[in-house]
Design a protein around this ligand. Structure first.
Ligand SMILES: Cc1cc2nc3c(=O)[nH]c(=O)nc-3n(C[C@H](O)[C@H](O)[C@H](O)COP(=O)(O)O)c2cc1C
Length: 309
């Protein structure tokens, strides 16, 4: 399963661990990189010194490449964009916006640039501005999402750009990885399944909720505000959807979710916390190490793809 992504990122297996605010810190990222995938530290809304410490700790735990995910809506995006250059980070993925203004600086530093996109238009634009690859993320994914499904989005982006495409959203096992390869992707980015890994620092209550969840247990909040987010249904999503239906202002809705991901990840509040997870949560049935997850997925995908030859 060697693809252009393996070569570009100097990784053994075409599996990327998605940047996940609060979740994807140095333990998870280094475990994935040590297991042959690409681990990613998510900057989220964290200040620059917190992210710098995370990068340095990850470097102590792995000699393999890892990346940093920059949330472009963060008030610290600009300083973190410079931090990855200072700290000699090899790969940057970006979410929630358009990273155009940083691309020149990152290219000069030799950083591989991989924006997360949810449409053909943005993928083409990112290629034009010099991105090395794109993560094309379907709306099955956990966290902030676009409109299109992985199934519809991947082949259309693959046809529209020449740079390699990494598929995200709904990959839970080797069948999912083989499926996105069939659609033309050259790697899979996985979030939800890695939330339930031994190395993930997420509270046990949150992991348990993912393990117990069924296919229809996620909900999308924030469609009316233009910032849709997928998470597991609970009191918070019910309240949010009720207020959204009643036409509550964006500011008031924001107050409801302020700090809610931290509440779920750190405190294990499954009632009022934001249990971000994708539709594939229903398939995640146990907690495993990142190494076990990656090797299981690769072996299964290999078997399927060999059968198809
Ligand atoms: C808890 C959680 C937090 C996330 N936070 C971010 C983030 O900060 N930045 C980002 O680009 N994507 C974020 N995502 C999306 C993931 O990086 C990844 O693309 C997605 O989880 C893949 O779909 P899957 O959940 O079906 O595996 C998040 C996903 C989850 C589950």
């Amino acid at each position: 399963m060697k693809t252009r992504i393996c070569e570009l990122l100097q990784i053994k297996y075409p599996i990327i661990q998605g940047g996940m605010a609060w979740v994807a810190e140095h333990h998870l990222a280094s475990a994935v990189s040590n297991a042959g995938g690409l681990g990613i530290i998510a900057a989220g809304n964290a200040p620059v010194e917190v992210v710098r410490a995370e990068i340095r700790k990850a470097k102590e735990l792995t000699k393999n490449p890892f990346g940093v995910n920059i949330m472009l809506l963060s008030p610290h995006a600009e300083t973190i964009a410079r931090l990855v250059v200072e700290e000699d980070v090899k790969v940057v993925t970006t979410g929630a916006g358009n990273p155009e203004k940083y691309i020149g600086m990152w290219k000069e530093a030799g950083i591989k640039i991989i924006p997360v996109v949810a449409s053909v238009a943005l993928a083409k634009r990112m290629e034009k501005y010099g991105a090395d690859a794109v993560v094309a993320e379907g709306c099955e994914a956990g966290g902030h999402i676009g409109e299109l499904t992985t199934m519809a989005l991947i082949p259309q982006i693959v046809d529209a750009v020449n740079i390699p495409v990494i598929a995200a959203g709904g990959i839970g096992d080797g069948r999912g990885l083989a499926a996105v390869f069939a659609l033309g992707a050259e790697a899979g980015q996985i979030g939800t399944r890695f939330v339930v890994s031994h190395e993930s620092i997420v509270h046990d209550n949150y992991k348990k909720k993912i393990i117990e969840s069924k296919d229809i247990d996620s909900a999308v909040t924030g469609r009316s505000t233009g910032h849709p987010v997928r998470s597991l249904r609970n009191n918070m999503t019910r309240e949010y959807l009720k207020l959204e239906k009643a036409g509550t202002s964006f500011e008031e809705l924001e107050l409801l979710t302020l700090g809610s991901l931290k509440k779920a990840v750190v405190e294990g509040d499954t009632v009022n916390g934001s249990l971000m997870a994708g539709q594939i949560a229903g398939l995640v049935s146990k907690e495993q190490s990142c190494k076990e997850i990656i090797e299981e997925i690769i072996e299964e995908a290999n078997t399927i793809l060999k059968v198809r030859d």
